[in-house]
Design a protein around this ligand. Structure first.
Ligand code: SRM
Ligand code: SF4
Length: 576
């Protein structure tokens, strides 16, 4: 039988000497703003992407200049909790080296855009000083581990946050390349148990006991949610963990595997897919189970064609039962039957909530996750001022929002006064529930894969949809609405009750009918709509929803009951 041909990225990883490649030379090369081609793959494992400013593409071409290269860097925040000092540092770096904005991502991480190659090292050193890192921000490894961003809401939330950081530490690459290249070999503060640090014993140096030399076949994602909120959209992940509690304490997890959302237009053999439930495990076994799933994917995932490398395709190929048995063989124990749980919503609770230890959390709506000073709304300044009083912490949510967490009763009025002064509270409270439940991926001008706008366009489209929503008295009805600039799924559009996926500039496919709680994907309703087409299609459906919905019926359920679309019951029938 002919030997299978490995994909190019596999060869690059194999030859990279544990992710070093020629990155040092690439960074030193002053003739171009770009990296050498192989290094553009390797730098992802260090958390960065080489990008170009797509707005300037034709202008630069006319001027016979190379594209305006810059780097995006993704900074991991396991479980999403950042300190005020970390927030202030990110804010500072955004101005000093970036484009003056921060992006809160759909996976509870920070992104900085527009960093010149020559400033990348200083940027990385800058956030490392405050115990943040970007290793495994991107690349064929386990990514930022998500969990409910309210650790102090209950004891269960606290325990879950702790486990998310343990999982993150367990699957952080061990190579010392990151520290060698960016930190001149300096380890970070070892007193911090959950931050990454190089393995300093000779034996451990550059061995990757979990990943091996070529890491995983593709990216890998883990998220945890605490019912009734599925605010991390766990079913979109390679591993989704549902926290199960007993008498107010965390008992264990229902474990789901094989979620992933990317697909390619015109290739129906690619499809978004939600994770399948494997069963329940006690909390003491959860790391072992995660490792068994991850290594099963490591050893069985497709390394020839990256379009089919994600765990979802491995499971489809192996069959769910065979996959489950292989995971059980690796752990040495069987899954128990999944325990009952109920998700009601995949959005974030906004406004004030009280924590189990007598403090307060404040959920803020951040449109598109972008922290920037708008001409009439100094959001970034407000959050900088707030961080400087050094109270509580800054929690990034999986819906691109922000929770100001763990505020004492004494400081609550101070926090409120600052946010009120800059209009941040009003910017959360005045919105329709539809807008509060919106997500848009970055798309243009930095994402090289975007076919259409998303983050820069969705707000103005929602202005128009809001008119319809208000006309029908639906301003308090939470409907998940999501937009991405391509079908890769970064804004988890397949889990939007209403979703737009960019096909070409100004044209979108419209998808309807996902479950409000993230347990069912949507389905294609109309193709290639421009704005007028979108509004014309949505107006009658929203009107019908206002008039004809049943008690407590969500928009996603309504459009299926009324036959606008068929329910998607599995990734394999998404395209039907
Ligand atoms: Fe993503 C690639 C942005 C969450 C699926 N994603 C990209 C790149 C790096 C484009 C590229 O490869 O050149 C985007 C960078 C744009 C930019 O300029 O910043 C990008 N993805 C994002 C973020 C920033 C979107 C956002 O607006 O928040 C999110 C960063 C998350 C993080 O902090 O780690 C982001 N991406 C997601 C999610 C949602 C999630 O994980 O919950 C998905 C769908 C879930 C999944 O993985 O299946 C997602 N991104 C993809 C894919 C398709 C993967 C696939 O299996 O087909 C790509 C393309 C690829 O990997 O080939 C991609
Ligand atoms: Fe880019 Fe597509 Fe991801 Fe949007 S969904 S950030 S356009 S890759």
């Amino acid at each position: 039988m002919a030997e299978k041909k490995l994909s190019e990225v596999e060869i690059i990883k194999e030859n990279s000497d544990y992710l070093r490649g020629s990155l040092v030379q690439s960074l030193d090369n002053k003739i171009t703003g770009a990296l050498y081609p192989d290094d553009t793959q390797l730098i992802k494992f260090h958390g960065a992407y080489q990008q170009t400013d797509r707005d300037l593409e034709s202008e630069r071409k006319t001027q016979k200049l190379e594209p305006l290269y810059s780097m995006m860097i993704r900074i991991r925040v396991p479980g999403g909790v950042a300190t005020p000092a970390q927030w202030l540092r990110m804010d500072e770096l955004a101005s000093k080296y970036g484009n003056g904005t921060m992006k809160l991502t759909t996976r509870q991480a920070f992104q900085l855009h527009g960093i010149r190659k020559r400033h990348l090292k200083a940027t990385i050193q800058g956030f490392n000083e405050v115990m943040l890192d970007s290793i495994a921000g991107c690349g064929d490894v386990n990514r930022n581990v998500m969990c409910s961003p309210n650790p102090n809401e209950s004891k269960v939330h606290e325990a879950v946050w702790d486990i998310s950081r343990q999982i993150s530490a367990e699957f952080t690459p061990q190579t010392s390349a990151y520290y060698e290249i960016w930190m001149d070999g300096q380890p970070v503060d070892e007193s911090q148990p959950f931050t990454t640090r190089p393995q300093d014993t000779a034996a451990a140096k550059d061995a990757e006991p979990i990943y091996g030399k070529t890491y995983l076949p593709r990216k890998f994602k883990i998220a945890i949610a605490v019912p009734p909120y599925n605010d991390t959209d766990i079913f979109a992940n390679d591993i989704g963990l549902v926290a199960i509690e007993k008498d107010g304490e965390l008992e264990g997890f229902n474990v789901a595997a094989g979620g992933g959302l990317g697909m390619t237009f015109g290739m129906p053999e690619t499809f978004p897919r939600l994770a399948d439930m494997l069963g329940y495990v006690d909390k003491k076994d959860v790391l072992k189970v995660c490792e068994a799933i991850l290594t099963t994917q490591r050893d069985n995932g497709n390394r020839e064609n990256r379009k089919f490398s994600r765990l979802k395709y491995t499971i489809e190929r192996m069959g769910l039962e065979a996959f489950k048995q292989e995971v059980e063989r690796r752990t040495g124990f069987a899954f128990q039957e999944a325990k009952p749980y109920k998700f009601i919503h995949s959005g974030d609770p906004l406004g004030w909530t009280k924590t189990h230890d007598g403090h307060y959390n404040l959920g803020l709506f951040i449109e598109g996750g972008r922290i920037v000073d708008y001409p009439d709304y100094p959001l970034r300044t407000a959050l900088r001022v707030l961080a400087s009083i050094n109270e509580g912490d800054f929690r990034l949510t999986g819906n691109q929002n922000l929770v100001i967490g763990h505020i004492s009763a004494e400081k609550k009025p101070v926090v409120e006064a600052i946010l009120d002064k800059y209009g941040v509270l009003q910017a959360t409270y005045k919105q329709t529930a539809l807008r509060q439940n919106s997500i848009a991926c970055v798309a243009l001008n930095t994402c090289s894969l975007a076919f259409a706008e998303a983050e820069r366009y969705l707000p103005s489209l929602i202005d128009k949809i809001d008119l319809i929503i208000r006309a029908h008295g639906l301003e308090k009805d939470a409907i998940n609405i999501r937009m991405t600039g391509c079908p890769n799924g970064c804004g988890r559009p397949y889990l939007g009750e209403i979703a737009f996926i960019g096909k070409s500039p100004g044209r979108y496919n419209l998808y309807l009918g996902a479950a409000h709680n993230g347990e069912r994907m949507n389905k294609l309703y109309r193709e290639m709509l421009d704005e007028a087409g979108i509004l014309a299609e949505l107006e009658p459906i929203i009107g019908a929803y206002a008039r004809e919905r049943q008690r407590n019926e969500t928009f996603g359920d309504f459009v299926i009951r009324q036959g606008y679309v068929k329910a998607t019951t599995h990734g394999t029938n998404f395209h039907d």
